[in-house]
Structure formats: C-alpha cells, structure tokens
Design a protein around this ligand. Sequence first.
Ligand code: ATP
Length: 307
Amino acid sequence: MISVKNLTKEFETVVAVQDISFDIDEGEIFGFLGPNGAGKTTTIRMLSTLISPTSGSITIDDKDPKTGGEHIRSIIGLLTESPGLYEKISAYDNLDYFSSFYDMPDKQRKANIEKYLKMFGLWQRKDDLAGTYSKGMKQKLALTRALIHEPRILFLDEPTAGLDPESAHMVRSFIESLKKEKITIFLCTHNLTEASNLSGRICFIKKKIIKIASLGELQNHDKHRKVEIVFRDDATRFLPVLKNIKNILEVDTNKNKAILLVSEPEKSNPGIIRELTSNNIDILYLNEIKASLEEIYLDLIKDEETK
Ligand code: ATP
C-alpha cells in the first residue's frame, strides 16, 4: 500500500530524513518510533503529500505523489501533532467544512460526522466553538476529522497524546478495530506500550532507519532474551559459580533470583542447569524473560549513538 525508496528530506541546514526505504502492506499497523527530531513528522508530511522529498520515491496505492497527489489525498486521513482546527467556529462546522473537500454524498458525510462525534463523546458539545474545547477534546475532534471520509490509510502522529486514560484506551481499541477493516495505519508514537500492543512491525528511525521488525522478532534476538533462575537460597551466594560458567555473559541477582544473559540460551541452558545441580545448588524455577519494547528501544538508540 505504501512503498518508500531511498527517501531523503533536507531542509536548509538540516538533513531531517536520510535515505529511508520500507514497504507497508494493506491493513498493516506500522509503528514508527524514534527520539525527538528523528524525522518522524517529516516522513509523515512527505507521505501525506504536504511537502516534497529532496530525493527518493514514494508510491501510495500505486500512485506517485507528483502525479497522483489528488488520489492519494482522497484515500488518506491525517492526524498531525497540532490539531489545526478553526477555533472560532463550532466543532460541527469544523467537520462540515473539512469534510466538504471530499467527493462524498452529503447524506453520508453528515452521517459520518454524527457517527464519529458520538463515538468520541463529543456530540453533546458539537455546537460549542472548537476554541473552547479542552486539549484532549481537540485531539478527539482532529481524529474525527481524519476519519470522516473513511480513509484507507491513516497517518497518526501521537494519536493518544493529551488524552485521559479512558479516552486513550478507547482510541487504541478503535485503532485495533480498524485493522479488521484492512485500513493501513502509520503510527507515530512515543508511547511504547501503545506501539507494542498495536503495531505489526515497528520501524526505529533516527534520521536513517535503524531497524524494522515485529516485536516478536526483536524479542527473539539473544540480546533481548534473559534467563531468570529462582533458587531456594539467596542468589548472591552462587555468584562465583554462575560467573564461572562459560555461556553466561552477564549476571544480575536480586534476593533468591538471578537474571542471566546467556549466549544461545536453547543450547546453553541444559549445560547451565547441569553445572548448577552438580554444585548442589537447588533450582526452584527457570523462566525466559523477554525484553520490553522500552528496553529494546533504549538499546537500539544507544547502539546508534555510539556508532
Ligand atoms: P518529535 O518526536 O520531536 O516530534 P520528529 O521525529 O517528528 O520529532 P521532525 O519534526 O521530523 O522530527 O524533525 C526532524 C528534523 O528536521 C529536526 O531537526 C527539525 O528541526 C527539522 N525540521 C523539521 N521541519 C523543518 C522545517 N520546516 N525547516 C527546517 N528544519 C525542519
């Protein structure tokens, strides 16, 4: 649905995005993560035809933004970091105005306005000026605007920023439900729990692409899997033995637990267990611990910074 090849965007003094490439399938939720200033918003702005790339190519629904911009704009919905609403007109009139640009029968358009305003709990306040809305209400109104024309692709830049926990949960469930309808979602978020729960694949960017993988693939890397051993006794007592075992690369202890970084755990664990039991050390439990997306993110970004 989206194909990006060697995309670069240079502003006067800054290279915001450098030589990035990826493909996104229809119906995929593509998490786009990176630190402040990494080039996420710039990428969204290029994909949604708001700005032109310096070099490289973009194809969306088989169209090039240079020649098929109108088609692309008709099938995408965009939620930007700032809501960009007209503050001096009502919420309803904002939606009525923005949705009038789409080629859609009036009846359908008005029905959608009502449907989404009700879904996001704004129907009772539809006649209030948008400027009088709270930050979270404006965010929901902007999300409504992005959805009105039932886009096939949604670009969401921080969709739950500023929302209370209940509203954020509702928006996440809604995003999840769009997957079933084959809507393609490009999701920029600093909320790593949100990214791990929603995204099929996650792309880490810092001007260049650092990695693209599913959470499962990321967690399966040896570096991101640890082994927890629960002993009968205080684990610090066994440190000398643990540190002497060849395939244990790192050891951390906490009360009667030891957390081990092990090379090739499936191959090494049986030998580690044998070694411990032959030293008369009782093991009560042995578990695999998978790294959270937060740990993986910090690790990848740190690696990138030390390059
Ligand atoms: P954040 O997480 O803070 O929103 P981001 O990943 O979305 O960051 P961008 O907004 O894409 O980052 O910015 C990437 C870089 O490009 C930054 O160094 C920014 O200052 C620069 N930049 C973005 N837009 C412009 C512009 N219009 N003119 C000049 N520089 C720009």
